[in-house]
Write a protein that binds this ligand. Structure first.
Ligand SMILES: NC(=O)c1ccc[n+]([C@@H]2O[C@H](COP(=O)([O-])OP(=O)(O)OC[C@H]3O[C@@H](n4cnc5c(N)ncnc54)[C@H](O)[C@@H]3O)[C@@H](O)[C@H]2O)c1
Length: 458
């Protein structure tokens, strides 16, 4: 078969369907494993590549290291027929027509971008890649990184030239952890290429798994910027409502009521405030842009301020807990506090950069005795994170002075107020970071109720 970059768009789609294309996916995490499985489902021969032997072992036995509905069933269906896994980065490159990079990108303690995994992967691929390959970078990076880091490393190690000997595109994943299969399939896909041929070849390939259509942008830098802009849009809007919520708490307005009323204006889309912003993307990716902007002499004041505001929400939540306990004539030291929710957001089994963890750390530093309950994690999993927990919701909450609702899981929204209040040691308080309960109903049960954005007189 000719190399993929010589094929027509139709021929690429046929080759995928008929299992004549070999696609390596580098990085089998929250984004990479679903990506690999979707290409297997489309018919391609897929090599899943990961440097973590535990990940390779699990997937090799048909077990998914991440929790996503349908993923394990699909993995088991295609494993050893259409999907094989390896930790040999170079061998996978030597056997592949396409290499998709979905390795982690992060920031260090000083909030500077860390693209080392990306550089390492590009080097290993470069040492073995064939002429005529297609490289698709999907990890989130700052504008310029695909060309400065990936292209440069690939060319230096392969002796090949992007745009002549191989095709190169950047196409960010816009999915949310826990629903990646759905999001990849359905959301429009942004793509920017080193040249028109790269764009056309990669679009044809991605169309085999994406039904939401391609959004072809002018160049790679634009594609890199879009993903970060999306994350910054969320971060800044969440910071805005967090700031307004704190204002409302101080002056006695119920932010929730004011927000719902304000949002009846068609141009007003106030978000939900909360105890902080976690996950893989939003607390990290704005710094990728800040770094590029600083090098270009641009000070992204609003974006940096938004990060600061959102990072201060765990401290603000601690203050709410302290105030609430004081109102119950209790001190935080030795108080028994149950934190509901350890995930970084609702309805997902993932605690990466979870604000709950930051809050718990602060509570423990202040001498509180903290227990954690989260329906997405087993007791052992919570204990392995270093927290105390019990077999059931009731056992965890029983005898607590205070409950902090930190995550908006659907299961928590189903909780009956009576089932919490009867378990608490009176006088007791509920701090509701997600505003699940009606303040009046809680107060009627002689439980003090504090919430993010709930003015004390409201
Ligand atoms: N998780 C999300 O919600 C999300 C959403 C959109 C985009 N992204 C982006 O996707 C990329 C991957 O994120 P993720 O959440 O899937 O990461 P993850 O931490 O879940 O998984 C990354 C995997 O890559 C492996 N790995 C690390 N270095 C490697 C290397 N050099 N070669 C091969 N494998 C390597 C790790 O062992 C791990 O299994 C990041 O750039 C992230 O910003 C993540």
């Amino acid at each position: 078969m000719s190399s993929i970059i010589e094929l027509s768009q139709k021929a690429i789609k046929d080759a995928v369907k008929e299992g004549r294309l070999v696609i390596s996916v580098y990085g089998l995490g929250w984004m990479g494993l679903p990506t690999a499985i979707l290409f297997a489902e489309a018919g391609a021969k897929v090599i899943g590549v990961d440097i973590d032997p535990r990940v390779i072992e699990l997937i090799g036995h048909g077990e998914s290291p991440i929790e996503e509905p349908a993923l394990t069933v699909m993995l088991k269906k295609y494993l050893n027929s259409r999907i094989n896994v390896t930790s040999d980065l170079r061998k996978a490159a030597s056997e592949s027509d396409v290499m998709i990079l979905v390795v982690p990108t992060n920031v260090d303690e000083g909030k500077k971008p860390d693209y080392l995994s990306l550089e390492k992967t590009a080097k290993e691929i470069g040492l073995q890649m064939k002429k005529g390959s297609l490289i698709v970078l999907e990890s989130t990076v700052g504008p310029g990184v695909t060309e400065d880091v990936v292209k440069r490393t690939l060319e230096a190690n392969s002796g090949l030239k992007a745009g002549i000997d191989f095709c190169l595109v950047y196409s960010p994943i816009r999915a949310m952890a826990g629903k990646t299969l759905h999001d990849i399939r359905v959301y429009p896909r942004i793509i920017g290429g080193i040249d028109k041929k790269s764009l056309d070849v990669a679009s044809a390939l991605l169309e085999c798994v994406v039904s939401g259509g391609m959004v072809k942008v002018k160049d790679i830098q634009t594609a890199e910027a879009t993903k970060i802009f999306e994350n910054i849009y969320r971060d800044v809007n969440i910071a805005l409502v967090n700031e307004l919520a704190i204002f409302c708490e101080t002056v006695g307005i119920d932010f929730k009521e004011a927000k719902d009323a304000a949002n009846t204006q068609p141009y007003c889309h106030l978000h939900e405030p909360g105890v902080g912003v976690g996950g893989h993307c939003i607390p990290v990716n704005p710094y990728f842009l800040v770094d590029v902007a600083e090098k270009a002499g641009v000070d992204l004041k609003l974006i940096k301020t938004a990060r600061k505001i959102n990072d201060l929400m765990p401290e603000h939540t601690l203050q709410l807990v302290t105030t609430a306990l004081k109102s119950c004539k209790k001190r935080i030291k030795r108080a028994r506090i149950t934190v509901l929710g350890i995930s970084y957001r609702s309805n997902v089994k993932e605690a990466k950069n979870s604000p709950s963890r930051e809050i718990i750390k602060k509570l423990i530093e202040h001498g509180a005795r903290v227990s954690v309950y989260d329906p997405y994690f087993t007791v052992d999993e919570i204990k392995n994170m270093g927290y105390s927990s019990a077999e059931s919701f009731e056992k965890t909450v029983e005898g607590s002075d205070c409950v902090l609702i930190a995550v908006n899981h659907d299961a928590f929204k189903q909780l009956k107020l009576e089932n919490i209040t009867r378990l608490l040691r009176k006088p007791a308080c509920i701090i509701d970071g997600c505003r699940i309960f009606n303040p009046k109903e809680v107060m009627e049960k002689n439980i003090l109720y504090y919430g993010i954005g709930l003015g004390h007189d409201a």
